[in-house]
Design a protein around this ligand. Structure first.
Ligand code: FES
Length: 144
């Protein structure tokens, strides 16, 4: 083995031995995410009415219930709708597209109605939904 081959093998060995440390560091970051605490009635705050009015949707990925996406009900702007935006096809995060009146998945194009039902595949199961309401300036959701 010449010097160049030896250095190459040392490099591969160093990379392989540090891989578990990198994986552990990534896992640690994920597990340290904070969650929004639930109230005694099961509701938890996911954002504010001001955010909802400004952006047309609120995405909160740190709730105790998991990811939550809240929109104004397109058929009644006095109501709100909350879904888990995890696409049921392969797990990408859908977004609300007001012009298409649908939750649209950026990965393979599945579309869901505002209440989470499948409009276009490849997804074949609906989005999970939450009970949602507004209290004061807070947007609250609760697992169904
Ligand atoms: S992950 Fe959403 S359509 Fe495939």
């Amino acid at each position: 083995m010449n010097r160049r081959e030896f250095i190459g093998w040392v490099g591969v060995g160093s990379l392989a031995s540090s891989l578990p440390v990198v994986i552990a560091a990534c896992s640690q970051t994920t597990s340290q995410q904070s969650t929004t605490p639930s109230r005694p009635d099961g509701f938890q705050t996911v954002g504010t009415v001001a955010e909802l009015n400004k952006n047309g949707q609120i995405l909160n990925e740190k709730t105790a219930a998991g990811k939550v996406l809240v929109i104004e009900d397109p058929s009644d702007t006095n109501k709100i709708i909350a879904v888990n935006p995890t696409c049921t096809h392969a797990g990408c995060t859908v977004g609300w597209q007001k012009d298409q009146n649908a939750f649209v998945c950026p990965c393979h194009g599945s579309k869901y109605t505002s209440d989470g039902k499948v409009k276009n595949g490849p997804a074949d199961k609906p989005l999970a939904t939450y009970t949602a309401k507004v209290e004061g300036n807070e947007v609250l959701v609760k697992e169904i």
